[in-house]
Design a binder for this molecule. Structure first.
Ligand code: FAD
Length: 682
């Protein structure tokens, strides 16, 4: 399926009757990006083509320098130690019986079901390729395993072929292992897609941009840090996708045994630590008492990690919740709209909406506690529920009710402590910080694997619910410009990820083993890193201890923020420069701010600087505003929105077949973009 740049690989070309081709040319679609999203749209294209395409032939171009299905994030050649962040049983890219869809009902296996069914064949394939670690991994996979991204890649590559097999007979699919550079209107409204390695542009009736996470040019902060590094002969690793930084050799500048400052303790940090420790030859051993130990290879740098919280993300919860709490209950779209109407102004996410979020989380927590652990409560559930519903979060009345009804403080929801476990804590020594963070991580991992604390799992579900409601408040213009543009992607997404999207417990156990081995140190909360001109070194300070650390090397361990304006992607850069694509802006009476995301209309059509939606250009993915933010993988059995979005996009692309072609410039059916907020989801 691979092909050299601009040498297309036809994947299917059954005969189309010549007479029909003369009458109606095939519908030509072009997909820029061949990751899981394009895979999902192609699957729905096949399921809906019979209804919308009739007997017209279909020709599909797919452009991506990486292998289709897996794309850049899930490519198989990345380090086998890098893991997916969901259990194998919770991941699917194919619809199942729960999916309420308009096209032909089709279903496919979850990641785990597929690995289970292909276990021997995959193990043999990996062994033959010398990938012994992957061969061993696939043999041991259980539904609960957090598998390597390389195994996830194998699943996506297989699902890609399945999606292609579901396209109408006679469909031609050309995969171009290339980068799209530009997109222009051509004669008859056709879309011209210029590729880096091909003289002639691809000509399509409609184009889908499914480009995932584009790179970003360094901003003022990164530029200043890079200049400081260059002036003093220091190393600064800029924000990026850790796997790509590794592949590009950027991590080679971090030398064995040298002190390295790491700012950020989220998932980019976890990948970094893995690659610089076990990835450099260290190994883990468990002793007779069950304690995990790290045996260094000597090739590791000594990592010193800090962040605002000073602790890694909370562990993934490793048990199932018996039943779902009533959600949404306190934070509903209607509650947000009513509050804004009552206040007569847009809502500030932290000041106005957070009390509703907190009450939603607390409501789910206490619902689960009373339901399953009633022996740890001291008032009748009906009485508690009545008083709880009436009390506002954060009031003395609320706190008094909880103190009276829930005797053990460990059973009460302490959101401040959950969010900032090191807040107000300090010690005089670096060793003291290491010990405190290790104890925190061990306690957190233990608790989140213990179903006696199943109220934590209810909070997780409430967070998912609240995340969706906040997104709808953002889309519907209920939030202030500042909250919509900055808070949603900033502290709220950060809090959500920290509580609900942390690493598997085994990874956290490894972090504590690395800390005991002296390979990883913790700097504490409120960590700040700056270039010190006097010494020509990086210097880190934190609120948790009075000392400071000075190093030659510094890693910004985080993913870049979305920015269409500053994107390094040549296609998006050109579209934005010409005004053919714009960044999402939020405006209120006081200011206009941007979220950095690509504006589309309610149907995912690209919106230009005049506010017109292009009828033949669609965009979807993590950088796209509105409904396109939906995550790329679906949970099975929950009628996931992933498939409905894919279907809506597929049906829209197919509907191009019904449109008459017109001359360039006059765009049939050009839609007017929504105003404030730019994008609306479905
Ligand atoms: C490091 C990392 C880890 C992640 N881990 C998880 C996880 O464990 N679980 C999970 O559910 N989600 C995870 N995600 C989220 C991720 O967004 C999705 O899993 C998924 O990859 C998104 O699918 P996509 O097709 O929209 O984008 P991508 O998978 O990013 O695919 C987009 C494709 O577009 C191509 N492309 C971009 N621009 C051009 C161009 N100009 N020309 C040609 N091709 C182009 C890229 O090469 C890429 O292959 C992770 C994301 C990152 C960054």
């Amino acid at each position: 399926m691979t092909s050299s740049p601009s040498s297309p690989t036809p994947l299917a070309h059954a005969g189309v009757p010549a007479a029909r081709r003369e009458v109606r040319p095939p519908l030509v679609l072009c997909f820029v990006g061949a990751g899981p999203r394009t895979l999902g749209v192609l699957e729905r294209l096949g399921a809906n083509a019979g209804e919308l395409l009739g007997d017209r032939a279909l020709h599909v171009h797919v452009v991506d320098p990486h292998l289709p299905g897996a794309g850049r994030i899930w490519r198989e050649d990345q380090h086998p130690l890098l893991l997916m962040n969901s259990r194998a049983t919770d991941v699917t890219v194919l619809p199942d019986a729960s999916s309420a869809l308009r096209g032909a009902p089709r279903s496919g296996p979850t990641l785990h079901a597929w690995l289970d069914a292909h276990r021997d064949e995959l193990a043999e394939r990996f062994a033959a390729a010398g990938e012994d670690r992957l061969a061993a991994e696939v043999r041991g996979v259980t539904p609960q395993t957090f598998v390597s991204r390389a195994l996830g890649s194998a699943y996506l590559r297989w699902a890609w072929d399945l999606a292609l097999a579901g396209l109408p007979a006679g469909t031609v699919v050309e995969v171009h292992a290339d980068t799209a550079l530009d997109l222009l209107d051509g004669p008859g409204g056709r879309q011209l897609v210029t590729l880096a390695g091909r003289a002639e542009p691809l000509v399509a009736d409609a184009v889908l941009l499914a480009q995932g996470h584009p790179d970003v040019e360094p901003g003022p902060r990164e530029t200043a840090l890079q200049e400081f590094a260059a002036a003093h002969g220091l190393t600064h690793v800029v924000p990026g996708y850790t796997s790509d930084l590794h592949a590009a050799g950027a991590l080679d500048a971090l030398h064995p045994r040298e002190d390295v400052l790491v700012l950020g303790m989220g998932l980019a940090f976890v990948d970094l630590v893995v690659l610089l420790t076990e990835g450099r030859g260290g190994r883990y051993e468990r002793d007779a008492a069950g304690t995990l130990h790290y045996r260094p290879s000597g090739a590791e740098p000594v990592l010193h990690a800090g962040s605002r919280r000073g602790v890694p993300y909370r562990s993934k919860i490793s048990y199932e919740l018996g039943s779902r709490p009533p959600l949404p209950r306190f934070l509903t779209p209607a509650a947000g709209t009513e509050l804004a109407a009552r206040l007569g102004r847009p809502l500030d996410l932290r000041a106005d909406v957070w009390p509703l979020i907190a009450k939603e989380l607390a409501g789910a927590h206490y619902h689960e506690l009373f339901l399953r652990h009633g022996e740890r409560t001291s008032v009748p559930v009906e009485e508690f529920d009545r008083e709880f519903a009436a009390a506002a979060w954060g009031t003395a009345e609320f706190d008094e009710l909880v103190a009276r009804a829930v005797p053990d403080p460990a059973d009460r929801l302490d959101l401040a402590g959950l969010d900032r476990p090191l807040e107000g804590w300090g010690t005089s020594s670096a060793e003291g910080v290491d010990q405190r963070v290790r104890e925190h991580v061990e306690a957190d991992t233990t608790r989140r694997g213990d179903a006696r604390h199943s109220a934590d799992a209810a909070v997780f579900l409430a967070l998912l619910s609240a995340y969706g409601v906040v997104a709808s408040l953002q889309r519907n213009g209920i939030l202030t410009a500042r909250s919509a543009a900055l808070d949603v992607d900033g502290w709220w997404h950060g809090f959500f990820s920290y509580v609900a999207s942390g690493p598997p417990p085994a990874r956290l156990e490894q972090l504590t083993a690395l800390s005991r081995a002296g390979v990883l140190h913790f700097l504490g909360a409120g960590t700040v890193v700056a270039g010190d001109a006097a010494t020509g070194r990086w210097v880190a300070t934190s609120a948790s201890s009075p000392g400071h650390l000075s190093t030659r090397a510094f890693v910004d361990a985080r993913l870049p923020h979305p920015s269409i304006r500053d994107t390094a992607d040549p296609l998006l850069h050109r579209l934005h420069a010409r005004g053919d694509a714009v960044e999402q802006e939020f405006a209120d009476a006081t200011e206009v701010l941007t979220s950095g995301r690509l504006v589309v209309d309610a149907d995912q059509h690209l919106v230009d600087a005049t506010g017109a939606a292009h009828p033949r250009r669609l965009a979807v993915g993590p950088w796209v505003a509105g409904g396109g933010w939906a995550p790329a993988f679906a949970r099975p059995g929950v009628d996931a929105g992933f498939f409905r979005l894919n279907e809506a996009v597929a049906r829209d692309l197919l509907s191009t077949a019904a449109e008459p072609l017109v001359s360039a410039g006059a765009r049939p059916g050009a839609r007017t973009a929504p105003s404030a907020g730019g994008a609306r989801g479905r």
